[in-house]
Design a protein around this ligand. Structure first.
Ligand SMILES: NC(=O)C1=CN([C@@H]2O[C@H](COP(=O)(O)OP(=O)(O)OC[C@H]3O[C@@H](n4cnc5c(N)ncnc54)[C@H](OP(=O)(O)O)[C@@H]3O)[C@@H](O)[C@H]2O)[C@@H](O)CC1
Ligand SMILES: [K+]
Length: 512
C-alpha cells in the first residue's frame, strides 16, 4: 500500500484524468460509491445518518455517498454547508445527479443560529466537509460545525481525511474532526502516521477507488505501508538441511559497568530472533554480569577504563571481518573509547553494521569519515538521536519525519530507522516503509535494545536489508501489541517481556 502527500495524490488524480482519460466525475462516482459501501457495512439501517457536505471535491464525494445510502433505504439528512452557488466542477455535477435522483438537501447557510448544532436524533455523522484541499486552520462556518460534531455523541465517519486535518503534517491547527472511523480514499496520506494528527483518524481503512496503477508509476511516491502479509511473504524459512552457521555469525557490542542490561536485552533478542551464532562484546569490567545472563552467547572482552570501553580497543585485532553482521551501541557509554571503537567498526566490519544508542551519539564527532562505507550501514535513531545528528530539534524531526529521514539516508548512503509511533525505514535510495504495529507500552527503556538485537539477527538471515529492517520493526511492535491485547497492560510491559513474547509473535505471524 502506497503512502502519499496531498500533492502526490493530486498529481495521481490529474494524471488519471488528463493522461489516462478517466473523467473526474467518473472517479468521484467510484470514490463515493466505494466509500458508501464501507459506510453501509459499518452502520445499522435503523441509524439516523447526517451527511455534512463541504464546498470542494470531498463534498462531491458526499453527494455520491448520500445518493447511494438513500437509494439503499437508509435514513439520511443531507446538509450542504456552503451556499449552493459555491459548489463547482465535478462536485456540482454530482450535486445535480443527487437532485435529479429526487433527493433534497438542507442549505446550512440559511439556517437560524439555533438550528446549526448537530441534531440530537442523529446516530451517525458522515464527514465530507473538507478533504486534502484544506489549508490552514478552519474558517467559519466549518469551524463551528466541526466543534458541534466533536461535541456530539454520534459515531463520526470521515471520508478520506478527518476535516481540518492537514494531509502532510502532524500538527493540527485549531479544530478538526475527531473521527471514530476514517475511510481513506485509495492511499493513506502522511498525516495518518504523524502525531497528533493520527489520533484524529480514529480507526482507519483504505477503500479502493480504482485509481490506475500507471498513475502511481508516473508520480512515484516511493513510500509504503509495510503489511503483515509482506512480513510473512519475505521472511526466510528455516530449512531442514541447515546448521547454526546458516543463520549468521553475529557480533553484538554493548554494555558498560552502569549499563549491563542493554546488551543482555539485545543479545537475548538476537538469539530469540534466529541468529545462529552470537558473540557479545562487552567491556571487561561488565563482562561477568552480562555473561551470567546470556547462556547461549560466546563473549569477547573489550579493554575497559572506568567501566566503559577504552581507547586501547583501537589497537587490537578483533577479527571484525569474520562476522556476517555487527550491531553496536546499547549501553556502551559515550566516552572516547566508544568513539574509537565505532570508528574501528566502520573501517573493519565487512558486512551490515547496525549502530544504535551511544554508537549513534558519537557518530556526529566522526565528521565525514563514516559516509564512505562500502557495506550496508544501518542507523536506528529515535527522534532525539536524529536531532543530535542533524542539528535540528526533536520537535522539528518529528514534524517532518518522512522528509528528514529521506534526505538524511540519501545524503549519508545509509539505511535509517527513525523510531517512534509509526517507525519509518528509509533505504539509501530514499524508498520509505512506514510501520503500523506497536503501542505506547514500547515507550520504555530497553525496548530499543530489543529491536537492535532483532535487526542484527534479521540482516544476517534475510537477502534484502530493507525487508529485514521492516520485518524487525513490524514484529517488535506486534510483540508489544500481543502483550497488551492478551496478557499485560501498556503500563506494565517491560523490555524483557517483549523478548519473551517473540516466540509467540513469530508463531502467530509467520506460521499461521
Ligand atoms: N484523489 C483522488 O483521486 C480523488 C479525490 N477525491 C476527493 O477530493 C478531495 C480533494 O478535493 P479538493 O481538492 O477539492 O479539496 P477539498 O478539501 O474537498 O476542498 C477544498 C476547498 O475547501 C475550502 N477550504 C480550504 N481550506 C479551508 C479552511 N481552512 N477552512 C474552510 N474552508 C477551507 C476551499 O474552498 P473555499 O471555501 O475557499 O471556496 C478549498 O477550495 C479528496 O480529499 C477526496 O475526498 C474524489 O472525489 C475523487 C478521487
Ligand atoms: K472529510
Amino acid at each position: 500500500m502506497q503512502v502519499v502527500t496531498g500533492e502526490e495524490m493530486g498529481r495521481i488524480d490529474r494524471f488519471t484524468i488528463e493522461e489516462i482519460g478517466l473523467k473526474e466525475e467518473v472517479l468521484m462516482e467510484s470514490a463515493g460509491r466505494a466509500a458508501a459501501n464501507k459506510i453501509m457495512e459499518s452502520i445499522s439501517p435503523s441509524d439516523n445518518v447526517g451527511i455534512l457536505i463541504g464546498t470542494g471535491n470531498n463534498g462531491g464525494d458526499g453527494f455520491v455517498i448520500a445518493r447511494c445510502l438513500l437509494d439503499a433505504g437508509f435514513k439520511v439528512d443531507v446538509w450542504l454547508i456552503p451556499p449552493e452557488s459555491k459548489v463547482k466542477g465535478a462536485a456540482l455535477y454530482h450535486l445535480n445527479v443527487f437532485k435529479n435522483s429526487g433527493y433534497t438537501f438542507a442549505d446550512y447557510s440559511s439556517f437560524k443560529s439555533d438550528e446549526k448544532e448537530v441534531p440530537g436524533q442523529w446516530d451517525v455523522i458522515v464527514d465530507t466537509l473538507l478533504g486534502t484541499g484544506v489549508q490552514g486552520s478552519l474558517r467559519e462556518p466549518y469551524h463551528a460545525i466541526v466543534q458541534s460534531i466533536n461535541q456530539s455523541s454520534c459515531k463520526v465517519i470521515s471520508v478520506d481525511i478527518p476535516s481540518g486535518v492537514p494531509a502532510n503534517k502532524g500538527e493540527v491547527e485549531g479544530e478538526a474532526v475527531k473521527a471514530s472511523v476514517t475511510f481513506i480514499l485509495q492511499s493513506p496520506k502522511l498525516s495518518a502516521f504523524l502525531a497528533p494528527a493520527d489520533e484524529y483518524y480514529g480507526k482507519w481503512e483504505c477503500v479502493d477507488i480504482g485509481l490506475p496503477i500507471r498513475a502511481y508509476h508516473a508520480v512515484k511516491p516511493d513510500r509504503y505501508l509495510w503489511s503483515r502479509e509482506q512480513v510473512s511473504a519475505s521472511f526466510p524459512a528455516r530449512n531442514k538441511h541447515t546448521h547454526k552457521g546458516s543463520y549468521g555469525k553475529g557480533l553484538l557490542a554493548g554494555g558498560s559497568i552502569h549499563m549491563t542490561g542493554a546488551p543482555v536485552l539485545a543479545a537475548t533478542s538476537a538469539l530469540r530472533s534466529g541468529a545462529g551464532l552470537l558473540t557479545t562484546a562487552v567491556p571487561e569490567e561488565a563482562l561477568s554480569t552480562v555473561a551470567s545472563q546470556v547462556a547461549e552467547s560466546t563473549f569477547l572482552p573489550l579493554p575497559s577504563k572506568e567501566g566503559e570501553v577504552s581507547e586501547e580497543v583501537g589497537t587490537l585485532d578483533l577479527s571484525l571481518s569474520n562476522y556476517d553482521g555487527v550491531a553496536a551501541g546499547p549501553g556502551l557509554g559515550r566516552n572516547e573509547g566508544t568513539r574509537t571503537f565505532v570508528q574501528k567498526l566502520l573501517n573493519e566490519v565487512k558486512g551490515p553494521l547496525v549502530l544504535d544508542a551511544d554508537a549513534l551519539f558519537v557518530l556526529k564527532e566522526l565528521g565525514e569519515e563514516w559516509r564512505k562505507r562500502d557495506f550496508p550501514l544501518i542507523l536506528t535513531p529515535h527522534p532525539g538521536e536524529l536531532a543530535h545528528l542533524t542539528g535540528l530539534s526533536p520537535a522539528e524531526v518529528n514534524r517532518q519525519r518522512f522528509s528528514i529521514s529521506r534526505s538524511f539516508a540519501a545524503q549519508h548512503g545509509c539505511y535509517l530507522i527513525l523510531k517512534g509511533p509509526h517507525t519509518i525505514v528509509t533505504t539509501p535510495e530514499g524508498r520509505q516503509y512506514v510501520n503500523d504495529s506497536g503501542n505506547p507500552s514500547l515507550a520504555k527503556g530497553g525496548t530499543g535494545d530489543v529491536l537492535t538485537g532483532m535487526i542484527l539477527s534479521f540482516v544476517m538471515s534475510h537477502s534484502a536489508i530493507q525487508e529485514a529492517l521492516s520485518n524487525a520493526v513490524f514484529l517488535h511492535g506486534k510483540a508489544a501489541d500481543m502483550l497488551v491485547d492478551d496478557v499485560s497492560s501498556p503500563h506494565s510491559v517491560v523490555a524483557g517481556d517483549v523478548v519473551q513474547q517473540l516466540p509467540l509473535t513469530f508463531r502467530s505471524i509467520l506460521h499461521s
